[in-house]
Design a protein around this ligand. Sequence first.
Ligand code: SIN
Length: 275
Amino acid sequence: MGYRRIAIDPLTPTIGAEVSGVDLRDPLDDRTYDEVHGALVEHGVIFFRDQAIDHEQHLSFGRRFGALHVHPAAPCVAGNPELMLIHTDADSTRQNGDKWHSDVSCDEEPPMGSVLHLHTVPESGGDTLFSNMYAAWDALSEPMKGLLAPLDARHESAHLYEGLYGDATVRRRNEWPSAVHPVVRTHPVSGRPALYVNSVFTRRILGVTERESRALLDFLFVHVANPHFQCRFRWRENSIAFWDNRCVQHHAMWDYFPKTRTGTRVTIAGDRPRR
Ligand code: SIN
């Protein structure tokens, strides 16, 4: 392996790597950008420690990877909808992301990646789990892959967002997003197939009966949570996780009530999933 500017230490052979030797307060030069981007594509999710970035530095880091995505309604930080608030405390009745999902897959062009910076974390708990959807696809039998490969699925958000953000004043779009995507998508950079259904947004596999869709989705939602496809990240103050929504699902643990966990997510726009 040639000389690298940064160090990349895999968490598991399947998913996740910790990246060190880069200060994200500074703009990434081209070579460091290539190495960070390469690590993201290779490991699906990358982690950085001790990054006391401010909001502008967080936004600049995200923009280095593409235009930013704006959530249809989630609360934001400093009045900027590109800075999504991630916050849970003793008054919370729910936590963002505490089921397996790929961010905003209900959009026609779902986000490519998400960069989460936490500055307040509980002493223990509040880990985020990540699952590799290439591994999930590869582990299916050939007959199951053959069944799923030509199918599309509908991803919706009204069932979730109406309850959370039903107040018209917080909505940034007139309609709650909904989209049809292939059940298996080809990652535009790696060229690898990744399973693309998730328990938060995917409501119906099309082209089969309602009961068949339900049975397939129930099976796949259990399948994606297989620990063999996973890594688990323990947060510290000023840690960052950057995940690739095109080939990774995540699940944020809410096991630290009534403690506080707070940070900001910058989300990078993506393209329409292709088979
Ligand atoms: C999310 O963006 O889904 C939340 C992830 C987390 O809080 O760990």
